[in-house]
Design a binder for this molecule. Structure first.
Ligand code: ZN
Length: 301
């Protein structure tokens, strides 16, 4: 199995921008963490893969959040990537599993349904450096994730894009292939070239088929671009990684305030916090709650 990897490339004097990724291991890890059923696994995996590729254009402290705010049974999908190949994300209802659609594929569109797709790019928000974040939003047009991201690029960023995303779930529920590619037409691109690429993409096998055959991200671009030469600008490892920690759990509890912490100590002896993004559970002991209480400055009423 190819290891998780992302590449960023350009073709035709940078008038064509491309990204491709194999995300099998990280999506499998995400699905195990969130205990997702197949349809939810495919939705989450596609969103994580798309967000990672979008994240490859970020600089240093920037972060990108892709959020499907939807009416379907999955509730919503939130996925976040940084500039270093780290991604984390979750779906509200991981136990969504629908019958396969008329094409015999996992019915991600049915799980997502209608709603809005939001893309938020911000800079160093968590360390207080936030300048104006960038917001873009479009209605969800298919719920299949790839087509929605393509629509977002075209409508909101005015960059016509072709997005292919796929997740293959084995009968045992394991992710055995996941990944995809994005091909974007930048201003100044040659019309004939655009047509050639479009025709080629139509004949490109689904990402999961290519990945199951052992294709690397570069191999996928060779297939999608046909005879067009491209230059790989960057190859980076990618992983599922969350920013939560025991220390962060303690500061979240501290932020609740003295009364709430005292209440927790009295009623529940300790506290249990579960991170939405990665499902990691943090146990905060009674001793730690007492320490938090002791550290609050004395207040006058
Ligand atoms: Zn976490």
């Amino acid at each position: 199995m190819s290891k998780d990897l992302l590449i960023r490339a350009v073709a035709a004097d940078a008038t064509i921008r491309c990204m491709a990724a194999v995300t099998t291991s990280l999506v499998d890890q995400a699905c195990q963490r969130h205990n997702t059923l197949p349809t939810a696994s495919a939705a989450l995996g596609r969103a994580l893969t798309g967000t990672l590729m979008m994240g490859s254009l970020l600089k240093d402290l920037e972060k990108i959040t892709v959020k499907f705010d939807c009416q379907g049974p999955i509730g919503n999908i939130t996925s976040e990537a940084d500039a270093y190949g780290n991604v984390r994300g979750y779906v509200r209802n991981p136990q969504v599993d629908l019958p396969v659609n008329e094409k015999g594929k996992l019915d991600v569109g049915g799980a997502v349904g209608t709603g809005m797709l939001y893309v938020i790019r911000d800079i160093g928000f968590e360390i207080g450096l936030s300048r104006d974040p960038y917001y873009g939003s479009v209605p969800i047009i298919s719920g299949e994730i790839a087509m929605d991201l393509a629509y977002y690029f075209t409508k909101s960023e005015q960059i016509p894009s072709d997005v292919s995303l796929g997740v293959f779930v084995s009968p045992e529920g394991q992710i055995t292939a996941s990944g995809g590619f994005i091909i974007q037409v930048m201003p100044g691109a040659d019309e004939k070239l655009i047509e050639e690429i479009s025709n080629n993409i139509v004949n490109t096998p689904p990402s999961t088929t290519m990945i199951r055959e052992g294709f690397s991200p570069e191999d996928m671009l060779y297939k999608a671009l046909g005879h067009i030469d491209f230059e790989v600008l960057e190859t980076r490892p990618i992983q599922f990684r969350c920013t939560c920690s025991h220390k962060r759990a303690l500061s979240l509890i501290t932020a609740l305030g003295k009364t709430e912490v005292a209440d927790m100590l009295e009623k529940d002896v300790g506290a249990k916090l579960t991170c939405h993004f990665c499902s990691e559970t943090y146990l905060v002991t009674a001793g730690e709650l007492e320490k938090i209480l002791d550290d609050f400055p004395a207040q006058e009423d």
